[in-house]
Ligand binder design. Structure first.
Ligand code: UD1
Ligand code: UDP
Length: 370
């Protein structure tokens, strides 16, 4: 019996984190041949994840350019994937989520008439500009995919609303929980090399969304300055995304300030362990909204909408947007009111049980059996 050739394609840090446990699952099963293709839409932040999970790509498109744009990203991925498909001839291609790598690789596979599976399918805000361009990237990816691996009931419902046939939708949980549980269990002692004061409360901050470039990110920085000024028992750690549109304003406004630690992006294990040690998380990240609830950490989301409503419904995640006063007052509430803090810090896990990769591999084995 010949093996089923499964090609995983990813390019950015979050896709890599969420696809890594799936690559591992596919590699260990005898029915599959695993082929890994990275676009390297991100370079350093992707390589950090490949290193942690010991993944050696079979194809590396190495497309990242300084301050790249959506047009060149899309066309580079679309065209270069054509050659990869011709060389590897996979039976199925797996893409993840809503990046431009995912959308363009899915489209390229569709043009090559190769079935595509979408991991983390069905997330929606139903607003095409928020987040931009991710909402349309995922709608596109869902439209061309055959297998839809949806993390939650809500994402299954969204797919049905988008006229995806029910028999192509599989509720699997989110592979991010597989990655997180594996990492905090197996890399417990991998902590960031930082001189943090253990007597102070740590607020962890991440921000990188395109909608927040310009004034919003400056507001976030100004809010942080006010928070540390008002609360002498608080320190802020911010691993700053490598996007120049983030680096520039953040270093301009926060570099060298007392009790604010601007650091390079962390490898996933030290980052996950730092989330566990933090008191409050401020973030516009999708992945962090999914991970923090299962670690029992309150997240104030620096956005006005989210495609991840589940943890908001449970109460561990709150949308606060990017208004300076609003961010300061919501953080202050959590610092001052133990009841409020307790309500938001219960460990819940609406995004999965750590078995999503096993389910996806089972479905592929059944659907593609030779
Ligand atoms: C991308 C995704 C976004 C995802 C985010 C996760 C798109 C359009 N955007 O946004 O959906 O949430 O990744 O982080 O798919 N850079 C480096 N080294 C790196 C990574 C980035 O130097 O390892 C710099 C480069 O100058 C690059 C720029 O950041 O050109 C922007 O990278 P890009 O992937 O286009 O956008 P992100 O904001 O990272
Ligand atoms: N992350 C990391 N190091 C950091 C910051 C974040 O490993 O310094 C992880 C985080 O735990 C999550 C993922 O990166 O799994 C989120 O990536 P990002 O915020 O860049 O993208 P998004 O999820 O918003 O698409």
């Amino acid at each position: 019996m010949s093996k089923i050739k499964v090609m995983t394609v990813f390019g950015t840090r979050p896709e890599a984190i969420k696809m890594a446990p799936l690559v591992k699952e596919i590699e260990k099963r005898p029915e599959f041949e695993s082929i890994v293709c990275v676009t390297a839409q991100h370079r350093q932040m992707l390589d950090q994840v490949l290193h942690l999970f010991e993944i050696k790509p079979d194809f590396d498109l190495d497309i990242m350019k300084e301050n790249q744009n959506l047009w060149s990203l899309t066309s580079d991925v679309l065209l270069k994937m054509k050659d990869v498909f011709e060389a590897a001839n996979p039976d199925v291609v797996l893409v993840h989520g809503d990046t431009t790598t995912s959308m363009a690789a899915a489209l390229s596979a569709f043009y090559a008439k190769i079935p595509v599976g979408h991991v983390e399918a069905g997330l929606r805000t139903f607003d095409k500009y928020y987040p931009f361009p991710e909402e349309i990237n995922r709608v596109f990816a869902d439209a061309v995919c055959t297998y839809h691996f949806a993390p939650t009931d809500t994402s299954c419902e969204n797919l049905k609303k988008s006229s995806i046939p029910e028999e192509h939708i599989y509720k699997t949980g989110n592979t991010v929980i597989d990655a997180l549980l594996y990492t905090v269990e197996n890399h417990k002692n991998d902590l960031p090399k930082l001189n943090l004061d253990s007597d102070l409360k740590t607020i962890l901050l991440t921000s990188h969304r395109r909608e927040n470039f310009g004034e919003p990110i400056r507001n976030i920085c100004k809010a942080v300055l006010e928070i540390v000024e008002k609360n002498k028992d608080v320190q802020v750690v911010y691993p700053v995304h490598l996007n120049p549109n983030v680096q520039k304003p953040v270093y301009e406004l926060l570099d060298g300030k007392e009790r604010i630690h601007l650091i390079a992006p962390l490898e996933y294990a030290p980052f996950a362990n730092l989330m566990k040690k933090s008191h409050i998380i401020l973030s516009d990240s999708g992945g962090v909204q999914e991970e923090a609830p299962s670690l029992g950490k309150p997240v104030l989301v620096l956005r006005s909408t989210t495609e991840r409503p589940e943890a908001v419904e449970y109460g561990t995640v709150k949308l606060v947007g990017t208004d300076k006063e609003k961010i300061v007052s919501e953080v202050q509430k959590l610092l001052d009111d133990p009841q409020e803090y307790k309500k938001m810090s219960e460990a819940i896990n609406p995004y999965g049980d750590g078995q999503a990769c096993r389910r996806i591999a089972d479905i592929l084995a059944k659907q593609l059996a030779k």
